[in-house]
Design a binder for this molecule. Structure first.
Ligand SMILES: Cc1cc2nc3c(=O)[nH]c(=O)nc-3n(C[C@H](O)[C@H](O)[C@H](O)COP(=O)(O)O)c2cc1C
Length: 189
């Protein structure tokens, strides 16, 4: 865990290699999977109301994460990575990653109990889930970057999300591109 925290950094350049199903499974489980019994999750949740809904966009479609099965249900067979990148102000990491984890939230689930303060709880919880994704990526030898700069309505439209699933974070994940290093002396040459 310490090693993963020490190595974590935002990775925005990917090699193009695909993710293995086990890697995707591990990442989605870390973000929102069942950890104990029937309902306890890997991420804490105010009042155990679990407002987060996770999606995965990859080259072969869009998937909704089902915690009870640690499984993915395909909601679209389209490759939306290019449109998703456009919705994220053209950020290249979104279209170059083999997969993007999308954290969305149903605010109403928590608002019923906590009122306006529930909004804060939802967003704190999304941060817990995102950090688990980032650290799990590192522990699998992968890289990721949390992205908050995007147009909510366009992301919702591109992914075909239900109206109450509000996107909070896009997290492109992939194999880090091996960067070429130049020696400073040679550059000055
Ligand atoms: C709430 C939040 C939103 C962010 N949004 C973006 C983003 O839209 N695009 C991006 O490339 N990085 C984004 N980042 C990543 C930060 O730029 C990055 O964490 C910061 O520069 C520190 O670098 P490091 O993650 O390598 O330590 C975001 C980070 C956070 C916490």
């Amino acid at each position: 865990m310490n090693e993963a925290m020490a190595k974590r950094e935002s990775v925005r350049h990917f090699s193009g290699a695909p993710l293995q199903p086990e890697e995707i499974s591990q990442i989605m489980w870390a973000a929102q999977g069942i950890s104990r019994g029937r309902s306890a999750r890997t991420v804490p949740s105010a009042g155990a109301l679990y407002p987060l809904e996770l999606y995965l966009a990859a080259g072969d479609g869009v998937y909704h994460y089902l915690p009870a099965e640690n499984g993915l249900e395909r909601t679209s067979g389209d490759n939306v990575l290019l449109s998703l990148s456009a919705a994220a102000l053209g950020q290249a990491a979104v279209r170059k990653a083999p997969a993007v984890v999308i954290i969305t939230a149903v605010y109403e689930r928590i608002g019923r109990k906590y009122g306006a303060r529930g909004n804060r709880y939802v967003e704190i919880e999304a941060g817990h889930a995102a950090q688990n994704v980032l650290l799990t990526a590192v522990s699998l030898g992968l890289g990721a970057v949390p992205i908050g700069a995007f147009q909510d309505a366009r992301v919702q439209e591109v992914l075909g999300l239900p109206p109450d699933h509000r996107p909070l974070y896009l997290i492109p994940v992939g194999h880090p591109e091996k960067r070429r290093r130049c020696e400073v002396g040679k550059l000055r040459g």
